[in-house]
Design a protein around this ligand. Sequence first.
Ligand code: ATP
Ligand code: MG
Length: 431
Amino acid sequence: MKILDQPPAPRSALSYAGLIEKIEIMRSSLRWATRLERADIEKLLRQSGALRDEVMQLSHKERFVAAATGEGQSVSVLAAASAPGARRLALRQRSFVFEGTFGDNPRLLDALEIAEKAAPTDLPVLIDGESGTGKELMAKVIHANGARADKPYVSVNCGAIPENLIESELFGHRKGAFTGAAADRRGKFESAHRGTIFLDEIGELPLQGQVKLLRVLQSHEIQRVGADDVISVDARIVAATNRNLRQLIAQGSFREDLFYRLSVIHVSLPPLRERRDEIPLLCAYFSDEAAEALKRAPMKMTPRLRDFLLGYTYPGNIRELRNLIYRLSCLAGEVADLAHLPEDIRPGMRERELNVPARRAADAVAPPASLADARRVASDEAERAFLERGLREVGGTVTELARRCEMNRSHLQMLLKKHGLHSRDFRPRKA
Ligand SMILES: Nc1ncnc2c1ncn2[C@@H]1O[C@H](COP(=O)(O)OP(=O)(O)OP(=O)(O)O)[C@@H](O)[C@H]1O
Ligand SMILES: [Mg+2]
């Protein structure tokens, strides 16, 4: 299969039309590809990297022109350090690769900014956070933003491998090293050579494996099980856990020296209930994603379902929210309601009849974790009410609402999407 070459872009002649043409060339290469060789993949990666740089250049230029003509006032306000979206925008301007990580919560941005600084180094990173908070996604972000991005990314779940196989899984084995070792086999560390190895659920690694891992961190060498010779490996280590490793150290089931080696850079991901301001945006994002996957229009939801989703505590964090939205998109017809929720979290009939906001039996709705969170939730509600009232007043004409609010139209569109509001729902019905 031949990957078409891209026409070279003279730096001064960048245009959206030119970029679209290049994207179309890549799309047609992919559309007709029956299989891709590694060399083709490398070529596509290079082409898409160049495209990204050009998009960045173009967007810098646009911002500059907008600011110079005064039209960009809202843009420069947005870029002020304290404005919502400013830190995310700054990351984007520095060509940060988000890998689909959504959200504008200060604690998530803290984590992304640490990842940005850690990515170009080879220092080990330890990510912790409850289940479903995005640890694996963060490991991919670190890999994608470093110099090893086009090298292997190998993920190992230390909790899913039987204790007697963990060493051979990580370091490989020689034929005959143990019953069942029918041939020489390389381990995950060798597969991750020059790339990144993601050691998930590191707290589950048995003590013997921890000793071996410590040795790799110190010497950058491994030994296959049953072999005498040592092999040099250059794998960047990112580890993750949802356990409290300090507690495991105190119990004697995790080595303190390994903990310090692994956590040179430490990233903590907050649970979703401590960044509730993300929920509307994530709902909109996952609902679009689900619509595309299920090949149907994005679902709408009743106000009481929306209240439930905004108030629920999400013990399974972002994964639970994502799964819920997929489930609702799949089971609901045009409009999803409480009845489409899984039974174990669905609020009781009585509550529904009384129209009490939905809550899980004992503890579903958590109060905001801090004053700052409470402010964000309140400001989110006020923003939504403002937009709904505005849309009603202008009969669903977004351009008119943008004019009245002196707001950039695309920014307004983004806000409507964040709140799951559709302008067409506010248009007058034809008789
Ligand atoms: N900030 C985010 N934006 C968009 N999607 C996210 C975000 N964080 C997590 N996700 C999505 O949520 C799901 C769970 O994320 P991930 O697997 O990284 O969590 P985890 O912390 O590794 O969970 P576990 O501890 O259970 O392994 C994935 O589908 C991931 O893409
Ligand atoms: Mg995980």
